[in-house]
Write a protein that binds this ligand. Structure first.
Ligand code: IVH
Length: 704
């Protein structure tokens, strides 16, 4: 081929290949198939081989090539690569803004509140130098003044242009650039120096794919995307960087010198300009009017960061007016102009207070760590599952240890490590229980199963039924604690017995599947509202065999004679009830020998004792029934049909509140039958027996 034709063809091929590179790596558009692009690259490669005098630094064939380096050269940054100040709360952000307002006010200047918010990518910062539009040097941040020359590694990154693209004039006008600035930019592209700074990262997808491959090859795995990116850029052999498919996202552009304010543009426009020059940029960056909008942006990304293809650890908040950068100056090493508003730490250290064992549906015992409450990932954590005894052994946990807890994204918080160097010697070894902590049955570990199991098949079902009964209507009637939620909380290890309900805290619930902050708070409030509960309801809720609502009421009236009025404490109730002999119980109305035995056994069981210790601790108070001096004292009511102004439960409560009693079936001993709409057979029965019949209006008058 003729030399001139070859030169021409090489130039055309370079441009064509770069065009498709930009489409693919900057705009995520596949304008040509990978194989077609490869074929263009192959042609270029052959031509360059034939005419090596036409190989240039901006050729796509030059992304990887040459020997590994013996060591990195040092590079002095033209403008120091500063660091950023961190803010961790809205308060920190307000302080930052206030300080800036004051700083400028002292100089007779004012401050705009237009912010450009950017995602803070977690990788390795790099400075790219383009001379006459060609990539000539890339460097790490180093100490901020002097970095290392990692040009060869950076060249392997496809989303990094080897030659800057020249934007069309009208695109620049659209960005708000003045004619003189456009001219200046074109000059810098053709003759001058342009520097671009940004973050080199590895996507989560690449990390996963590489680790899968490394695992097959028996190579050590990459810990995270940050190490994946930083580690390979610091390797002397560019082949390693090429293999890791890194990406470069630009976040700063040095056109001349901001300090001299050569090219005037807003930060938002600068962000768009890097894209026109051929770089990938973060499309989710956003202009925010005032800090309130900044907070919304930061909160949104804290919650949704997992949806991004790369890791971010916060947002960087900058003034949109770039002229503020030099005007605001620096404090220490960081500029006042911008701040890193970080997400809450995903790891924190705390104390392991206890390990409790929960029993699951299949009888498997799962240990749960009880932790000194600690804030991590934006929420307070007080407990976390430890899965099984093997996990406890793997982590080498002891009771009393200082541990690291992690809450990454929406993942359930977990203990990831113990810090044995911080031990005092008082820590205790954690052992599996010998008996089921719920039903007391035997426990075994089957074969080489890692799990311990309770051998009582009914253990889980009985617990669920007990809990469900305790919170149901007629019992404690706790809103928002239906059977599904009860089961969820049992499975999460939060509920083992009914007394655990009162120990539920907001921070135990937040983060569980389906529990946002509001729902958690509502449930805790509903539980709290039942901390003072009528003794009769409480007795019924306990689910003592054969004790229904009516007999619970009889028992409540009986026991309340021995309790301090008007409120009894759980331990006091237990003490009094334990004193009752079988005969005392069976002497009560409607209580036969079987029910009396059930009562006697209940009050004397160890389980009950343990339960009441917990009730006492939870601050439960029992409202004693009014002495039989209420307006309806000694009167027995039966209800039939539905009432208009009250639910049946409300009607029953009203009757009880006035000293009356209710029961389900009509007998000669019943004083009143209250008849609502669509009454049942009770009405006929009452008429037959001569029981007094009340309409709803008459009933309401009576209970007034
Ligand atoms: S501007 C070199 N903007 O965060 C300082 N930095 O904690 C440039 N980073 O090492 C500051 N995303 O590499 C800026 N949108 C962004 C950024 C960002 C990530 C990194 C940066 C720096 C670190 C500071």
């Amino acid at each position: 081929m003729d030399k001139k034709i070859a030169k021409n063809r090489i130039e055309k091929l370079k441009q064509e290949i770069d065009y498709h590179r930009r489409q693919y790596h900057v705009y995520d558009r596949e304008s040509i198939s990978v194989s077609a692009l490869d074929s263009l690259k192959m042609e270029l490669f052959r031509l360059e081989n034939e005419f090596p005098e036409f190989i240039s630094a901006d050729s796509p064939t030059q992304r990887v090539g040459g020997e590994a380096l013996a060591k990195f050269q040092k590079v002095t940054h033209r403008r120091p690569m500063i660091s950023l100040y961190d803010a961790f709360s809205e308060e920190d952000m307000r302080d930052w803004e206030k300080r800036n307002i004051n700083y400028l006010a002292e100089r007779g200047e004012s401050l705009s509140s237009l912010y450009y918010c950017e995602l803070k990518l977690d990788g390795l910062a790099a400075n790219l130098r383009y001379e006459k539009g060609i990539f000539v040097q890339g460097a790490t941040r180093g100490d901020g003044q002097i970095g290392e020359d990692i040009t060869l590694n950076l060249r392997t990154i496809e989303s990094l242009p080897l030659r800057l693209f020249k934007p069309a004039e009208k695109e620049l006008v659209a960005l708000g650039l003045k004619e003189k600035d456009i001219k200046n930019l074109f000059y810098l592209l053709a003759e001058g120096v342009i520097e671009v700074r940004g973050e080199t990262i590895m996507s989560k997808q690449t990390l996963a794919a590489l680790n899968k491959q490394y695992a097959l090859e028996g190579k050590p795995l990459l810990a995270n995307t940050r190490n994946g990116a930083a580690g390979s850029l610091r390797q002397l052999d560019p082949q390693i960087a090429a293999e890791r498919h890194l990406e470069f996202y630009a976040y700063d552009l040095i056109l001349g010198d901001y300090e001299r304010g050569e090219i005037v543009l807003s930060r938002a426009a600068a962000d768009k300009l890097v894209e026109l020059l051929g770089f990938k940029r973060v499309r989710d960056n956003k202009l925010c009017h005032g800090l309130a909008e900044v907070f919304v942006f930061q909160r949104y990304w804290e919650k949704n960061k997992d949806k991004l293809p790369f890791f971010i650890d916060g947002v960087v908040v900058k003034y949109d007016d770039l002229s503020l950068w030099p005007r605001l100056g620096t404090v220490g090493k960081a500029p006042r102009y911008m701040v890193a508003y970080k997400f809450s730490a995903e790891q924190a250290t705390t104390k392991l207070i206890d390990v409790v064992w929960q029993v699951g549906r299949t009888g498997v015992l799962t240990p749960t760590a009880i932790l000194e409450p600690v804030k991590v990932g934006g929420v307070t954590i007080g407990r976390s599952t430890l899965h099984n005894l093997d996990e406890i052994e793997r982590l080498g946990l002891r009771l009393g240890d200082t541990v690291i807890v992690e809450r990454a994204g929406d993942v359930i918080p977990k203990v990831v490590a113990a810090l044995p160097n911080l031990r005092t010697g008082k820590e205790k070894v954690i052992q599996a229980p010998v008996h089921c902590p719920r039903c007391g049955a035997e426990i075994s570990r089957l074969g080489d199963d890692v799990a311990y199991r309770c051998l009582n098949k009914n253990c889980y079902a009985v617990a669920l039924r007990r809990l469900g009964h305790f919170v149901a209507k007629g019992a404690l009637d706790i809103e928002g604690l239906g059977p599904k939620i009860v089961e969820q909380l049992v499975n999460e290890g939060l509920l083992e017995d009914v007394a655990d309900i009162f120990a539920l805290r907001r921070e135990d619930l937040i983060g569980l599947n389906g529990f946002a902050e509001k729902k958690a708070e509502k449930l805790v409030a509903a539980i709290k509202s039942r901390q003072e509960v009528a003794l009769s309801r409480f007795l019924f809720a306990l689910g003592i065999s054969h004790i229904g609502e009516e007999s619970a009421q009889t028992i409540a009236v009986y026991l309340s004679k021995f309790l301090s009025s008007p409120i009894g404490r759980p331990q006091e109730l237990l003490r009094v009830a334990k004193k009752c002999r079988l005969d005392d119980w069976s002497a009560l109305a409607d209580i036969g020998p079987v029910v009396a035995a059930s009562l006697f056994n209940f009050w004397h069981s160890q389980e009950t004792a343990a339960l009441f210790t917990k009730f006492e601790k939870s601050g439960l108070s029992l409202l004693l029934p009014l002495p039989a001096s209420g307006a309806l004292a000694g009167k027995t009511f039966v209800l039939t049909g539905s009432l208009n102004s009250l639910t049946r439960q409300e009607a029953k409560d009203k009757i009880k509140a006035k000293g009356g009693k209710t029961q389900e079936s009509v007998s000669r001993l019943v004083d009143y039958l209250v008849v609502g709409e669509a009454p049942g057979s009770k009405l006929r029965e009452a008429e037959k027996l001569g029981v007094k019949i009340l309409t709803e209006t008459e009933f309401l008058k009576l209970i007034q």
